[in-house]
Design a protein around this ligand. Structure first.
Ligand SMILES: [Zn+2]
Length: 214
């Protein structure tokens, strides 16, 4: 796949994230790993609900924009270092989506955890998210904390901030972003209803075994 294909995929998924209210107009970011230590990443401060194909930045792993003809007026996403830290930590990851979904972000600002054992689908798609302690947005400390947690899960909850989900392709990263927010909704709603009946370890292990051979 060439970078033209991935640019159009990033625009498509940015629209989808915005329409699904997983990101705001200026919030969140998406990247795709390319060969030769480069990535495509959404720019800073641009309307993600109305992103243009040519606004997607091409950057190296030092965070330099390496294609000035296409991206000279644009600044890289402020969370570029966070994306780079994940790509360096996880050779199996090709795409990263950072989002600020309402319910998952609400949980990130509490000491409560999002339950991912309420339905089999949630457990199968998200597994167990990892929780990353607070650091300032756009900081190298946040990038370092995220890089250190990237091996633990494909979904990270950033304290007082939001979510990062990653995967082998954009669909997988998007699906995980959507399902962790769905899990946050279910966690909230089941607590209101009460008498919660989570899937126990035996049932979760049976799902894991089933998916291994599926
Ligand atoms: Zn953010």
């Amino acid at each position: 796949m060439d970078s033209v294909y991935f640019r159009s995929e990033i625009v498509k998924y940015a629209n989808r994230l915005y329409e699904k209210q997983l990101i705001s107009a200026s919030g969140g970011n998406i990247s795709v790993r390319l060969d030769n230590n480069e990535m495509l990443i959404t720019p800073s401060g641009v309307d993600k609900g109305n992103l243009d194909f040519e606004q997607i930045c091409l950057a190296d792993y030092e965070g330099n924009i390496s294609n000035p003809t296409e991206s000279s007026n644009l600044k890289l996403s402020m969370e570029s270092q966070m994306h780079i830290a994940i790509y360096k930590a996880r050779s199996d990851v090709n795409t990263i989506i950072h989002s600020h979904p309402l319910f998952a972000s609400a949980y990130s600002a509490t000491n409560e955890k999002i339950s991912t054992n309420l339905t089999g689908e949630i457990f199968a798609i998200v597994g167990k998210p990892a929780y990353v302690e607070y650091a300032r947005m756009g900081s190298l400390t946040l990038a370092e904390l995220v890089g250190n947690s990237a091996a633990e899960s494909n979904v990270l909850i950033l304290a007082n901030h939001g979510v990062i989900a990653f995967g082998k392709d954009l669909f997988e990263a998007y699906n995980r972003s959507e399902i962790i927010e769905y899990a946050a909704h279910l966690t909230f709603i089941t607590k209101l209803i009460g008498n919660i009946n989570c899937l126990d370890n035996e049932k979760l292990n049976a799902i894991t075994d089933f998916l291994k051979n599926y």
